[in-house]
Design a protein around this ligand. Structure first.
Ligand code: SF4
Length: 419
């Protein structure tokens, strides 16, 4: 199964011990899924169509074609591969990582004329913001968006700010925006005195916004666009009560909140979530503990508060990778994050038992839109002198998004790990 729309995937394509034990048919997701591709909201964060004349997926020469094009381009091209990408794409990546690390790596390679970002649209935008003007960022499939980023559209966020102004609290509200957001939302954050955060530094970002002590601070935070990362960080790391957080629903007048709720809340959480991590439920944790005795459950903080509370370890994709790499041979891990990464971890660590947290396998459909045909097409086009699917962010948006990103980079040193 793919989250956020898309077709089914054979559950037999990869196996760990637990998964070979029981073959589970994909189940329909209970979550509302965004429609992607043609006919989707053209004002949202992602691109909506791919104009390419793609090679057939069945072409047996695809790997050789990608390798030839890659070799012909040499140091003119730098290929970034997000952790959630397919193996067929990752094999051609010059570097793998999370979105922020990849953008920084692109900026650290100014000799690369072309940055091919195997990830999703907001990541390519971030790379364009952080790289030099002459570097051109390419997203092999323009339909590779992100359902979470799409849940915060700039017009909605500006309306939210007007609601905060009407409630008399905008001047004490600091926007903190997760990397998984459009360039327009990042720029909004920069304009309004806020900072970007990643899943690794969300705690530090909130501490900064609250002047190091949320209990004595007069500030409040508007957290965009992932309500779960915001809630998990505020409650688990900063020690707020769940009641200190309210959820602003952009589809409702005043976000579905009273003026008094906006005035008393400490965390105003945008109603957005990741359709992949939002699939995990507390019962997934209970079931895997029964299925795999002695298992350690490690999840991403984009999971719901209820799931995170039941897990043993919580951390970003980089932390999940490092924790499992450092684990003792023979240990068992249930991992609550995107399936391509879990599959790769299982293959990389055959001395450990690594299972997917849910019995129903689920990939990020938009990440999976970047496949070998799209990569071959974009690389061969570059060899022929045609730049396809370039992602550009206008200079004003770049400027203010960069302000918000620089505030994150200037945050004080790391806080102790919570895990
Ligand atoms: S895994 Fe979630 S947050 Fe990441 S790209 Fe997919 S939908 Fe967006």
């Amino acid at each position: 199964m793919f989250a956020s729309g898309g077709s089914a995937w054979s559950t037999g394509l990869w196996q760990t011990r637990a998964m070979t034990g029981t073959f589970v048919e994909p189940q329909p997701t209970p979550l509302a899924l965004l429609l992607l591709g043609h006919g989707a909201d053209s004002g949202s964060e992602r691109g909506v169509e791919c104009p390419g004349d793609l090679p057939a997926p069945s072409d047996p020469d695809l790997v050789a074609r990608a390798a030839r094009a890659r070799a012909a381009l040499g140091s003119r091209v730098y290929i970034l591969g997000h952790h959630y990408q397919r193996d067929e794409v990752i094999q051609f990546a010059d570097v793998t990582g999370d979105s922020f690390k990849l953008s920084q790596m692109a900026a650290a390679n100014p000799e690369a004329e072309f940055i091919v970002f195997c990830g999703v649209h907001f990541m390519a935008e971030s790379a364009d913001i952080l790289t030099a003007d002459e570097q051109r960022v390419i997203l092999p499939d323009l339909a590779a968006g992100c359902s979470m980023a799409d849940m915060a559209e700039i017009g909605q966020v500006e309306q939210c700010w007007r609601d905060l102004e009407a409630a008399g609290v905008a001047d004490v509200t600091v926007p903190i925006t997760y990397m998984n957001s459009s360039a327009a939302i990042k720029a909004f954050t920069g304009r309004h005195g806020g900072s970007i955060c990643t899943s690794s530094n969300a705690e530090r970002s909130l501490e900064w916004a609250f002047d190091d002590d949320w209990q004595t601070s007069e500030k409040k935070v508007l957290f965009l666009p992932d309500q779960h990362l915001g809630r998990n960080t505020a409650v688990r790391d900063l020690g707020m009560a769940l009641d200190d957080c309210v959820v602003y629903d952009p589809r409702k007048p005043n976000g579905g909140l009273t003026v008094e709720q906006l005035q008393t809340a400490r965390m105003i959480l945008w109603r957005g979530h990741c359709s992949v991590h939002g699939r995990f439920t507390p019962s997934c944790v209970d079931e895997v503990r029964e299925r795999v005795p002695g298992v350690t459950v490690i999840v991403h903080p984009e999971c719901t508060y209820e799931v995170v509370e039941k897990a043993d370890v919580v951390g970003s994709t980089e932390k999940i990778i490092a924790t499992i790499a450092a684990a003792e041979p023979g240990t068992s891990w249930a991992v609550g994050t995107e399936l391509n990464l879990v599959k790769r971890l299982a293959l990389q660590h055959p001395d450990k038992e690594i299972v997917y947290l849910d019995k129903t396998v689920c990939f990020c459909s938009t990440m999976n839109r970047i496949d070998l045909p799209h990569l071959v097409w974009s690389l061969e086009s570059l060899v022929e002198g045609t730049v396809v699917n370039q992602i550009t962010v206008d200079s004003d948006t770049q400027h203010w998004a960069r302000v918000a990103l620089d505030r994150m980079l200037a945050l004080p040193g790391p806080t102790a790990s919570r895990d």
